[in-house]
Design a protein around this ligand. Sequence first.
Ligand code: DC
Length: 205
Amino acid sequence: MKIAIDGPAAAGKTTLAKALAKALGFLFVPTGAMYRAAALAHKRGLSLADTEITVGEEGRIFLNGEDVTHLLSNPDLDELSSKLAADARVRARLVELQRKIAAGRDVVMEGRDIGTVVLPDAELKIFLWATLEERARRRRREQGGSFEEVLEAIRRRDERDSTRSCSPLRPAPDAVLVDTTDKTPEEVLALVLKLVEERRAKLGC
Ligand code: DC
């Protein structure tokens, strides 16, 4: 079974996808972290064509074999990854890698274009959402800084991610919209696990 989780920055995609994958015993694939790794490669002067980005246990990300997971939440990479993600060549390379990772496996993959482009045949598609203010509050708790600056940075990324011509952020027509604004991560997980059970019952698997 393939589960696609999409949505804007700081909507809770990574928290949900990680917990869901653990509960189901599926592979967790954080594609935002793959775009961040591509941004890190760019900063290091590496060409993406010669760079290998792989995903390990619990969504750990490897750049040419080096575990770079701990470097990827650096706010420096927020803006650069969002800019690189608008480049059609970067997307083509990462989408190819993401499809290879998912082939023949049970996965929970999270990002912006998973239900629309990467895994259009996913058995369950979730579009996770929360208000801009709530997402800024969550990101500020993780990264610190002024609330206004964090909010403005998220707003800029939302704008770029959803208006780019190549695979813009938008819900797939068959995605289930989940508003997480007033929900705890545990409540969101319970709700989505219920959706998984319903989908499995329907598919007979
Ligand atoms: O989820 P994140 O904030 O770590 O993602 C970093 C950037 O990568 C984000 O601005 C949008 C981009 N991205 C994308 O375009 N497509 C994906 N499938 C995942 C992330």
